[in-house]
Design a protein around this ligand. Structure first.
Ligand code: NAD
Length: 425
């Protein structure tokens, strides 16, 4: 490996793609990669953009734009979630696909990276409309996705039901059922036990390990969790179960705080009834931005990209940040937080539990043989803690940050796969 490269100091990414490219540049400098390999890793292998026309329930037609980006296929089929959000754009999908490549390589599961999305607000559509959008998007992609090619999973704005429609659409196209075509499916059609909580469980496993590393027991620890969706909600529940005092949670509508600790199960029930954490009794309303600056031991951003930036990194008061979301910290914030002695467990490690259990689901689906939930959890824990210990030991040895270390390990594995496969033709 080469000497220490220029840091990201002063670099403020204006998009997730710039942030991802900058992280790749730093890792490539450390690894001393040549310009050809750098160029290959910086570019997606394949991109598809499709029109997704929808006939609404009242008969009028709208046309949405969808994407699927396969960043790298050197270590196996592409793997990555599908996002339904009005903010979806091609550059965001490219960044998320690149992070998936590093995540799968870091966890040493035999996949490349991909991501997809439709620029649509799912909350504005009825369930039948959502089903039609999902099926049309899937149908436009049938030539490039599938169990040996590219395996989608849920992400922001999609869920088990979305995956059921996707697997059904692919299966109807093929003429037979293809359970390995997507992961994060309902258990009744081949989903894995433990998949729905897997990302949150992995976040909490590494969060507790990072707290322990700083000499903090769960009973002494306080936490704030941004986002109360599939990842944030489960993380808050599991942190509370582990004895951590969760003092604040938020969603896109607002944030709530209680210094004595929120009753997270009651917050979850409130969200099920009202659709938001806002107005939960026994809490004070705070600004969403304030949550990120609370004096807590653990901050878990579990919502969207770029929430920790040069604009607020100096005000962050947490000791440890565990990135449940993909790309929540810009390179400039990363540098500021690191200089301030704040530990950051990067996304490609912290939120990898979902893709690890997706891999288990794909293996089970391909073998038509199902494991118990406790088998899944034991194997997940082995993967997560193994990756955490590898990154921690390597970071101690090299003096690099956890993000630099994790990205170097991942990029090195992908570059090695590329090297031994060779360049065709
Ligand atoms: P989700 O749609 O289930 O939930 C997203 C949550 O974030 C919602 O509560 C939403 O209200 C909230 N939110 C959105 N914007 C916000 C803002 N500005 N401030 C506060 N809250 C905000 O999505 P999810 O699956 O939980 O994904 C969240 C993040 O985790 C994304 O970055 C995603 O890529 C990443 N991730 C998800 C998985 C998975 O298995 N679902 C796996 C790895 C990483």
């Amino acid at each position: 490996m080469a000497g220490r490269p220029a840091t990201t100091g002063g670099f403020e990414a204006s998009s997730p793609l710039e942030a991802a490219q900058e992280q790749l540049r730093v890792a490539s400098d450390y690894l001393g990669l040549d310009s050809g390999v750098r160029a290959l890793l910086a570019q997606p292998r394949r991109e598809v953009t499709v029109s997704v026309p929808l006939r609404h329930d009242d008969g009028h037609v709208s046309v949405f734009v969808g994407h699927r980006v396969q960043h790298n296929l050197d270590r196996g089929p592409a793997k990555g979630g599908v996002r339904f959000s009005p903010h979806v754009n091609l550059d965001e999908v490219r960044a998320l696909a690149m992070w998936m490549t590093w995540k799968c390589a870091l966890l040493n599961i035999p996949y490349g990276g991909a991501k997809g999305g439709v620029a649509v607000d799912p909350r504005q559509l009825s369930v039948p409309e959502l089903e039609r959008v999902t099926r049309r998007y899937t149908s436009e992609l049938v030539g490039v996705i599938g169990p040996e090619r590219d395996i989608p999973a849920p992400d922001i704005g999609t869920d088990e039901q979305t995956m059921a429609w996707m697997v059904d659409t692919i299966s109807v196209d093929r003429g037979y059922t293809v359970p390995g075509a997507v992961t994060g499916k309902p258990i009744s059609i081949g989903g894995s036990p433990g998949r729905s909580i897997a990302t949150s469980l992995g976040v909490v496993q590494v969060a507790l390990a990072a707290l322990e590393d700083r000499g903090i027991t769960p009973g002494q620890a306080s936490a704030a969790v941004q986002g109360f969706g599939k990842v944030g909600r489960g993380a808050a529940i599991l942190l509370a179960e582990a004895g951590v005092r969760v003092v604040a949670v938020s969603d896109q509508y607002g944030a709530i705080h209680n210094a004595a600790g929120l009753d997270i199960d009651a917050v979850a029930t409130h969200v099920d009834l009202t659709g938001s954490v806002v107005d939960f009794p026994e809490s004070d309303a705070i600004e969403g931005a304030q949550l990120l600056e609370l004096k807590v031991d653990l901050l878990a951003p579990c919502a969207v990209e770029g929430v920790l930036s040069g604009a607020n990194a100096h005000q962050v008061s947490a000791k440890i940040i565990v990135e449940g979301a993909n790309g929540p910290t810009t390179p400039e914030a990363d540098k500021i937080l690191q200089d301030r002695g704040i530990t950051i467990v990067p996304d490609i490690l912290a939120n990898a539990g979902g893709v690890v259990v997706s891999y288990f689901e794909w293996v089970q689906g391909n073998q038509a043989y199902w494991w118990t939930e406790s088998e899944v959890e034991t194997r997940l824990s082995r993967h997560m803690i193994g990756a955490w210990e590898l990154v921690r030991a390597e970071a101690r040895r090299t003096g690099r940050t956890f993000r630099e270390t994790a990205t170097c390990i991942a990029v090195d594995r992908v570059a090695e796969a590329h090297r031994v496969r060779g360049l065709y033709p």
